[in-house]
Design a protein around this ligand. Structure first.
Ligand code: GRG
Length: 311
């Protein structure tokens, strides 16, 4: 992935205008939940166990940040959020699949996620693996059913999802993360992991939002730069929260990274420097939004919020 060159930055402390982010997040989360409920087979559909398991994790109370970013990107490009909604749901399905598999005993072996018992704790490991598989497949089905746009026909949309979630991005990040456990790695290698494990899907979320608005290439590039930097900042903050917050606040086991001897920014360079890196990355993200000439309020507010979040 490309990084942006340094610039003089107008934004350095978050959104410049009042934007009601709480209202945006509440209304969009509700709309995303309704759409996901519509796209997924009902919990009673045979075989009911798998549909219950998929729905258990999908509706367990995630923050819905990727869908929110997707919808906000569509709005920034002058598109209709309704057209972006299937893609927002597809990304959330992929994200939820990755969390279910990440929590398995063969991976991070976690008991809690989104404030509830992990999928395998409730349904068993076999069903949890299959629920993850089914959510990943569901994402591609939802995307294949969307209408497609002149600049971004179905092929482009499917390729976007596949490349973000495949063995060169999401899976590559997870593999590198697993292989780095207990080892001392360089900041450069840690960046490689974060780019793939986290930034790729956040970047994909905003790019798909732009694509659903049939955005021109310059806007897609601005969204790519924005998503890349917000995605990296997101993971640095995630690592910081792991050592500064309680399990209750996070809804997942806090302090896991240290116990598993995971490579993180706080373990590599300390908390203060990590906070500075997250803030710098967010400033870079803000600067990408200039291309939208003041129409990216929601994206701007989301980036500011993600930097300051406490869970
Ligand atoms: C294919 C067996 C197999 C496993 C795949 C790819 C993968 C496992 C896991 C992805 C790695 C991962 C969990 C990355 C971390 C990204 C991250 C910070 C997730 C937390 O996102 P939030 O805070 O979560 O948005 P909520 O619950 O709010 O949606």
């Amino acid at each position: 992935m490309r990084r942006m060159p340094g610039r003089n930055l107008r934004h350095n402390s978050g959104p410049s205008r009042a934007f009601d982010l709480q209202k945006f997040l509440a209304t969009r989360s509700e709309a995303v939940n309704r759409a996901l409920d519509h796209f997924l087979p009902a919990a009673t559909v045979r075989p009911a166990t798998i549909h219950k398991s998929m729905r258990y994790s999908l509706f367990a109370g995630g923050k819905r940040m990727r869908p929110a970013l997707c919808l906000a990107a569509a709005a920034a490009c002058g598109g209709r959020e309704a057209e972006a909604m299937p893609l927002a749901c597809a990304v959330e399905c992929i994200h939820t699949y990755s969390l279910i598999h990440d929590d398995l005993p063969a991976m991070d072996d976690d008991d809690f996620r989104r404030g509830k018992l992990t999928n395998h704790k409730v349904f068993g490991e076999g069903i949890a693996v299959l629920a993850g598989d089914a959510l990943l497949t569901q994402a591609f089905e939802i995307a294949a059913r969307c209408k497609g746009w002149p600049r971004y026909p179905h092929r482009e949309i499917i390729l976007e999802l596949a490349s973000a979630s495949g063995s060169l991005q999401l899976i590559a990040g997870q593999v590198a993360d697993l292989e780095a456990e207990g080892k001392k790695i360089s900041a450069r290698h840690l960046r490689y992991i974060h780019e793939r494990k986290t930034s790729a899907l956040l970047c994909c979320s905003v790019r798909l939002g732009g694509m659903s608005a049939n955005c021109p290439a310059a806007q897609l590039k601005a969204l790519t730069d924005f998503g890349y930097h917000v995605g990296l900042a997101f993971q640095v903050i995630d690592d910081i929260l792991d050592v500064t917050q309680t399990s209750e606040t996070l809804g997942k086991t806090a302090g896991k990274d240290t116990r598993a001897q995971k490579a993180t920014y706080p373990s590599l360079i300390g908390l203060e420097k990590s906070r500075k890196i997250a803030a710098d990355l967010t400033t870079r993200a803000f600067s990408s939004l200039r291309a939208f000439r003041g129409k990216a309020d929601a994206l701007e507010a989301l980036a500011g919020f993600l930097l300051k979040r406490d869970r």
